[in-house]
Design a protein around this ligand. Sequence first.
Ligand code: ZN
Length: 445
Amino acid sequence: MLKLHNTFTRSVEEFTPINKKLVTVYCCGPTVYDYAHIGNFRTYTMTDFLVRTLKYLGYAVKYVTNVTDVGHLVSDSDSGEDKIEKGAKREGKTAWDVAKFYTEAFLADSKKMNLLEPDVRPKPTDHIPEQVDMVKTLLDKGFAYTIDDGIYFDTSKFPSYGELTGQNLEELKEGARVEPNPQKKNPTDFALWKFSPKGAKRDMEWKSPWGTGFPGWHIECSAMSRKHLGDQIDIHTGGADLIPIHHTNEIAQSEATSGKSPFVKYWVHGQFIMVDGQKMSKSKGNFYRLADIEEKGFDPIALRYFYMSAHYRAFLNFTWDALAGAQKSLDELRLYAHQHKDESEETIVLKKKFQEALDNDLNMPQALAIAWEAARTCPQLLMEFDQVLGLDLGRAPKEVVIPEEINALIKKRDQLRKNKKFYQADAIRKEIENKGYTVKDETVT
Ligand SMILES: [Zn+2]
């Protein structure tokens, strides 16, 4: 029985989908104003492990993940510049071109990470009517109000606001950043629709019943998950940084719109990644992305392997040494995946243990350890386990290039063995081993 940790209830719960026939999963995807980094990919890979696990356990899954291509403001509290318009200024392109460029880069990277294709990958720019519709409903129901720069959600009208974070409204008010907009009724109120600034033309703007403007960031996910998965969904994933604002706001506006609760049955959040024991930041220059990893000669799948070294709810520390270790292990596991041993009782035991690891709140470090047990006793199981691991184990392992010097020693040793000079041949074998290589003599039968 699959058990998952639910951020909302802060406990590990048995997974029982709303609709037994189809599990619905939504993952908050990237805002495409820059390249995704290894922290982002940890979240997307966690979701990938989850979707693969559900399928492995026999569930039918509808998986939706978006790319945010409009309206995500630099400050999460609806002020400051739009991230994509800012990217456009930085690169001397239009916001549309910036979004297109980084969407393509993200899709190419996702492929390299062996992430499953979602059933739908919606974009907010294709869902403006759905978002306008939702804002209309929220206004009609009295959950929203209009001020000079846009339409805002009134968080005081939604009593359970902040439940996800375990904070009450008073605490959230106190914790809110300095509020630049005095017209807002509560500091935690957030924009559903922003009006374009007077006298300025944005690259991305749309007509609405309330004037030209663009959607708020949070409403995008609510409208898209509603359209493609319905009012209530089973699993919603994202990075832990999305809990206090983005996901709290998604719950409030989705439940206020539909009148149904809960909007999401299980909230699953991935913890941050550290780099050399430090937080990732632009100033430290440690915002690594896939291109940096490839530049150093690593296979992006080695990063996927590395992610499995910690449980998704634990911090994970990235170092180049750790990645090198992951690459080495991945190559070795691929070698095993090409081997075959006779079926044994062990096969059934290991399959059961593998499933238990997954059932245990998606314990990938444990699942990987079982895969290694399989490598040694029944390697043919590896290809089956790879449905979840996604390590592309069927791929031929990297070819090992043996240096000339070692090849010369091997030839010399072979000659000595042919002449039955075993004592000298053995000395050469030791010499080869001292240089870090192993000699294996195949017995021909
Ligand atoms: Zn989202």
